[in-house]
Design a protein around this ligand. Structure first.
Ligand SMILES: NC(=O)c1ccc[n+]([C@@H]2O[C@H](COP(=O)([O-])OP(=O)(O)OC[C@H]3O[C@@H](n4cnc5c(N)ncnc54)[C@H](OP(=O)(O)O)[C@@H]3O)[C@@H](O)[C@H]2O)c1
Length: 325
C-alpha cells in the first residue's frame, strides 16, 4: 500500500568512528596544525570558488603549499592565471576554471570539466560571495538585489554541490564547506538580501549534514565576522572598525578543513546568538539603535514614492532628501 511506512535498521557503527575521529582531529588541529593540514589535504583535489580575491586568494596559496591540487574558480581569468602560475612556480599544483557562477549552466560545465581533468573533487569550498548593504526601504524598486544574492551565494553553491556530491557519496569521502557570515547570528540592519541568501545556504548545510552523518561526507559552515578584503572596502565606516585580517580568516578555514567541525563561530557570534534567544527584544533594540544612528546613501537611481506614485513621502524619501540635501 502506498501509505505504508517501511522501516529499516539504521547503521550505528559509523558513529563510534566519527566520535573518535572528531576528538583526534580536533586535538591535532591544536597541537600540530601544520602537520594535520598536510595529512588532510596532500593529494586531495580542492575546488575553491572566489579564488581571485580576498580570503579565497590567500587560501589557495596555503592549501596548495600544503600539498593539495587547487581548482581555482572566479570570473577574472587573468587573476586566476597569476595565482595558479605563482603556485606552480613554488612547485604546487593548480588549474584555473574561470566561470560566472550566477550562470547555473556554467556551474555544470565547470564541474564536468573538473571531473574530466582530475577524476574527482575531494573538497568543495563555496567561498565566492556577493554582499549588498541596503535598507529594505530602499529595495522596494530593486527586487534584483534579492535575486543577485540568492543566485550567487545560494543557488550557485547548491548547484556545484549537486554536481560533486554524487562522486563524494560513491567514494564515501568528501567535505563541502559553505562560507557564511556572523550576520546570520547578529542580523545586522541593511543586509536583508545578503543574509537571507546566507541563511538559505546554512539551512541547506545543516540538513545535508544530518542526512549524511552516517557516511564519510562532511558539511561545514563558517560564520566570518568582518574581514579586511575588497568586499568591505566600499563601506567607509568599516575602515574605522577592528576587523579580522584575511590571514586569520584563512586560519579559520584551515581549522575547519582539519577538524571537519560543522560550524566555525567566534565569540561575537556566540554572544549574538545568546542575546538573540535570551533577550530578543533587547537585541532587536540594540541593532535598531545602531541602524537609526547611521545615515544611508540612497541608491543612485532612487526615485521617491512621491514622484513615482504621487503618494505621501515615506521614511526612505525623507532619508534620501536629507542625505542629498
Ligand atoms: N569580507 C567580509 O567581511 C566577509 C564577512 C563574512 C563573510 N564573508 C564571505 O567570505 C567569502 C569571501 O569573501 P571576500 O571577503 O574574500 O570577498 P571578495 O574579496 O570580494 O571576493 C569575492 C570572490 O567571489 C568571486 N565572485 C564574485 N562574483 C562571482 C561570480 N558571479 N562568479 C564567480 N565568482 C564570483 C570574486 O571573483 P571575480 O570577481 O573574479 O569573479 C572573488 O574571487 C564570501 O562568501 C563572503 O560572503 C566575507
Amino acid at each position: 500500500m502506498a501509505n505504508d511506512i517501511k522501516l529499516r535498521l539504521p547503521h550505528l557503527r559509523p558513529y563510534a568512528a566519527r566520535l573518535k575521529n572528531h576528538w583526534v582531529w580536533n586535538a591535532k588541529s591544536v597541537l600540530t596544525p601544520g602537520q594535520a593540514l598536510r595529512e588532510r589535504v596532500t593529494g586531495k583535489v580542492i575546488l575553491l570558488t572566489g579564488a581571485s580575491s580576498g580570503i579565497g586568494e590567500q587560501l589557495a596559496d596555503r592549501l596548495a603549499d600544503a600539498g593539495a591540487t587547487l581548482l581555482l574558480v572566479a570570473r577574472n581569468r587573468d587573476k586566476l592565471d597569476a595565482i595558479a602560475h605563482a603556485i606552480q612556480q613554488r612547485g604546487g599544483k593548480a588549474a584555473v576554471y574561470p566561470a560566472d557562477l550566477t550562470d547555473l549552466d556554467a556551474c555544470d560545465r565547470l564541474c564536468e570539466q573538473a571531473l574530466q581533468d582530475h577524476g574527482r573533487v575531494d573538497i568543495l569550498i563555496n567561498n565566492a560571495g556577493r554582499s549588498i548593504r541596503r535598507s529594505i526601504k530602499f529595495t522596494y524598486q530593486r527586487f534584483h538585489d534579492y535575486e543577485r544574492t540568492m543566485q550567487l551565494n545560494y543557488l550557485a553553491s547548491i548547484r556545484l554541490a549537486m554536481n560533486l556530491l554524487p562522486g563524494m557519496e560513491a567514494r564515501d569521502d568528501g567535505h563541502i564547506i559553505n562560507v557564511s557570515t556572523v550576520g546570520v547570528q547578529a542580523n545586522p540592519a541593511r543586509f536583508s538580501a545578503y543574509l537571507a541568501s546566507k541563511w538559505a545556504l546554512e539551512g541547506w548545510t545543516w540538513v545535508a549534514a544530518n542526512e549524511f552523518a552516517h557516511t564519510g561526507v562532511r558539511f561545514s559552515s563558517i560564520n566570518y565576522p568582518l574581514v579586511r578584503t575588497p568586499m568591505i572596502a566600499p563601506t567607509k565606516v568599516y575602515q574605522y572598525l577592528p576587523v579580522m585580517s584575511p590571514e586569520t580568516a584563512v586560519d579559520w578555514m584551515l581549522d575547519v578543513i582539519i577538524t571537519q567541525n560543522k560550524r566555525k563561530l567566534g565569540i561575537f557570534g556566540k554572544g549574538a546568538l545568546a542575546m538573540y534567544y535570551l533577550l530578543p527584544k533587547t537585541s532587536e533594540s540594540i541593532v535598531n539603535l545602531s541602524y537609526q544612528s547611521i545615515f544611508e546613501e540612497p541608491p543612485a537611481n532612487y526615485v521617491s514614492s512621491k514622484a513615482r506614485r504621487g503618494q505621501a513621502a515615506n521614511s526612505a524619501d525623507r532619508d534620501a532628501e536629507r542625505y542629498r540635501g
